[in-house]
Ligand binder design. Structure first.
Ligand SMILES: [Zn+2]
Ligand SMILES: [Zn+2]
Length: 419
């Protein structure tokens, strides 16, 4: 606690019971502890909240997780345990998406530990590297490739949950300077928070962020949004409603602009940006889930789609490949630009082809009805299309009207001619 290497609450939970001759599973689910529940109300809290919160992975962030941490702090007699929950120190900001779903770790750190434990830093979605070893964090077992849950019932932390292979044996790749900068900044905040020296609110961080933008000479909402690199609508949303911004978003924006995170958390009036250029930072976490092979696969998939005679727009290609359009644009900007240019020019053609199909369908239907000796109505024609409102387009309405006139002319044409 109080350092960048502070332990996470799930890790702490797993490491404490063995000292008392218990396993973590026995503590939360076992029968032995039932008898203590009547004398220790906190024990019941631990059991009630623990299993649900742990399964959701929200024990470090949620309000119920905070109750859990408080109960644990009372039971262990260490008040600092409370600080392991982010809710205790960062108030007035949503904690959604702050933590990653599975465990990430630095194998080198684990190998160095006399008693291995998981750091609080590794739980944060924004942290992608180890600030000590300057290497990327690992997300899967080096032996079987299994992702690891946050906890393991028998409490043996440094072993894979599927194959019992040591987690310390995994290959890591060097992290970029941007990634290590992010890890450094987050580490400083964690050290302060877990030492109980920092208590912040969403409003403080918001003020600091906008204050910095004003220092840079941005006066209007639009200019601030552009400078910080966030949508203008979000600036208005934050400013004019009392909704809580998420801690994740606030941190992400600060880091992207190279601001010292601790100053932002403290709500400092004067902030000097980091010297490190910041444009590479979003990429680091944008791509963290894709392996080089996956990226290569996406690129070649995109190339295949782009080489079609009638390529779809980027959004549709993204749906086909199962990723977001933003990811595709970041992976292959030139191909995407080219594709959207071509699809735009083809949109007119597509509309024309669709209209031709519509015309054919209506014409066939009207011919059939005429064959039966009846005059088609607007309603009849509309009912042969699955989607409602097809005939609302002026062009289509015009065509249907002309077809009805044609039918009338064919059926009653002779009578009118005879009169
Ligand atoms: Zn490390
Ligand atoms: Zn394994």
């Amino acid at each position: 606690m109080g350092t960048t290497k502070a332990e996470s609450i799930t890790s702490f939970l797993m490491s404490v019971p063995p000292y008392n001759g218990l396993t973590f599973g026995e503590l939360l689910w076992g029968k032995i502890m039932r008898c203590y529940e009547s004398s220790h109300p906190d024990m019941a809290t631990l059991r009630d909240i623990g299993s649900a919160s742990l399964a959701l992975g929200s024990v470090g962030t949620s309000g119920t997780g905070l109750k859990f941490a408080e109960a644990l702090a009372r039971l262990t007699g260490r008040d600092s345990v409370r600080l392991m929950n982010w809710g205790a120190t960062t108030d007035g900001a949503s904690h959604s998406r702050l933590m990653r779903k599975h465990q990430a770790w630095c194998p080198l750190c684990l190998a160095e530990d006399p008693i291995p434990y998981f750091r609080e830093l590794w739980d944060l979605e924004l942290a992608t590297s180890c600030s000590r070893h300057r290497r990327r964090l690992v997300h899967a077992c080096g032996h079987c490739g299994a992702a690891q849950r946050r906890y393991r019932c028998d409490g043996s932390m440094a072993l894979c949950q599927r194959c019992d292979h040591p987690l310390t044996v995994a290959t890591t790749v060097p992290a970029s300077p941007h990634e290590t900068m992010v890890a450094d900044q987050l580490g400083i905040v964690i050290a302060e928070v877990t030492a109980g020296r920092l208590k912040t609110t969403g409003d403080l961080m918001k003020t600091a962020l906008f204050g910095w933008a004003e220092q840079q000479g941005a006066t209007s909402v639009k200019a601030k949004a552009r400078l910080i690199g966030m949508p203008q609508s979000l600036v208005c949303y934050w400013r004019y409603t009392d909704r809580q911004p998420s801690l994740q978003r606030l941190w992400e924006l600060s880091l992207r602009n190279g601001l010292p995170l601790l100053d932002v958390c403290r709500g400092s009036r004067v902030i000097t940006a980091h010297s490190l250029p910041n444009h590479g930072i979003p990429r680091a976490w944008q791509f963290r889930l894709l392996t080089p092979e996956q990226k290569e696969g996406l690129r070649s998939g995109l190339a295949t789609i782009a080489s079609r005679e009638h390529p779809p727009c980027v959004q549709h290609a993204a749906i086909e490949l199962g990723v977001s359009a933003g990811t595709l644009k970041a992976l292959a900007p030139r191909v995407c630009e080219d594709m959207s240019k071509r699809s735009r020019s083809q949109r007119k053609l597509i509309v024309a082809v669709r209209f031709q199909r519509f015309q054919n369908k209506v014409k066939r239907y009207v011919d059939d009805i005429i064959g039966e000796g009846k005059v088609p109505t607007f309603q009849d024609i509309s009912s042969c299309f699955k989607s409602p409102g097809v005939l609302r387009a002026p062009q289509c309405r015009e065509y249907v009207r002309a077809e009805i006139e044609r039918a009338k002319l064919q059926l009653f044409g002779d009578t009118t001619a005879g009169k």
